[in-house]
Design a protein around this ligand. Structure first.
Ligand SMILES: C[S@@+](CC[C@H](N)C(=O)[O-])C[C@H]1O[C@@H](n2cnc3c(N)ncnc32)[C@H](O)[C@@H]1O
Length: 250
């Protein structure tokens, strides 16, 4: 249904709700080629530790079938496969063709050609039947989705009963003394790096702004609780720069 008068945020801007998916799409079209390099530069490689830690919390076993929503260039999917001892399946779903292509090429270069199904689709309308997956992950993706609750609801729908939802996302600092330093880094250094490396300053300005607008740890827990998940909890990474939230479908 059309939502002509509704707006949402895109970083610090307010835009018509139907515009967000297009603007987010433009960003990932633009940065896809340099996405992994930028992640390494921006975080000095720490995003790899966060991702490994997050997947270490995933309750999967050999033979499990998991879904990675907004899976981009496949980091979480590869780690999940590893965690299943290489004997499982990951369906990676992302809305952006350029990100999927960059991921396919990267993982093929790493010698990983089996075990991952690459599907183009919107997190808000996942193209999978109810009760399909043993676990559903989303890493640094939910912040970019227009209707966060709709996307989480979709993840819950496609999980099997007892299945785990896991969300890795930027969050809010638990050590407030670090905030001025973090703000300088986010709003001065990141956009410059984006300009010089990915040739897109605005994309990395959006990254910094969207992180500040994203709900904090406790608000996200309340949202997941409200969807009927049980044993909802979170774990801060690097003093809350990122956090892993998990919960289980009843
Ligand atoms: C910051 S990247 C994260 C990629 C990967 N999960 C990782 O951790 O490196 C965000 C991803 O979300 C995808 N995305 C944004 N909106 C989406 C939507 N509505 N449905 C599915 N994917 C979406 C983008 O295309 C992009 O690949």
């Amino acid at each position: 249904m059309a939502e002509p008068h509704t707006t949402t945020h895109f970083g610090f801007k307010e835009i018509p709700i139907g515009e967000k998916v297009r603007q987010v799409g433009r960003i990932f079209d633009s940065v896809a080629e340099n996405y992994d390099l930028m992640n390494d530069l921006m975080s000095l490689g720490i995003h790899r530790l966060w991702k490994r830690h997050a997947i270490g919390r995933l309750r999967v076993r050999p033979g499990s079938h998991t879904l990675d929503v907004a899976g981009g260039t496949g980091d979480l999917a590869r780690l999940t496969l590893e965690r299943m001892g290489g004997r499982g399946r990951v369906t990676l779903c992302d809305i952006n063709a350029a990100m999927l292509e960059a991921g396919r090429v990267k993982l093929a270069d790493q010698g990983l050609v089996a075990g991952i199904d690459w599907v183009q689709g919107n997190a808000e309308h996942l193209p999978f039947p109810d009760n399909t997956f043993h676990a559903a992950t989303i890493g640094f993706g939910i912040r970019n989705v227009t209707r966060i609750e709709t996307a989480f609801r979709e993840m819950v729908r496609v999980l099997r009963p007892g299945g785990q939802l896991l969300c890795l996302e930027f969050s809010h600092l638990s050590l407030t003394a670090l905030q001025p330093l973090y703000d300088t880094y986010s709003f001065k250094v990141l956009p410059e790096l984006g300009h010089w490396v990915a040739k897109d300053r605005d994309a990395y300005q959006y990254l910094a702004e969207s992180i500040r607008r994203f709900p904090d740890q406790k608000t996200l827990c309340a949202l997941l609780d409200g969807l009927g998940l049980h044993r909802v909890g979170y774990h801060n990474l690097s003093a809350g720069i990122a956090a892993v939230h998990t919960g289980f479908k009843v």
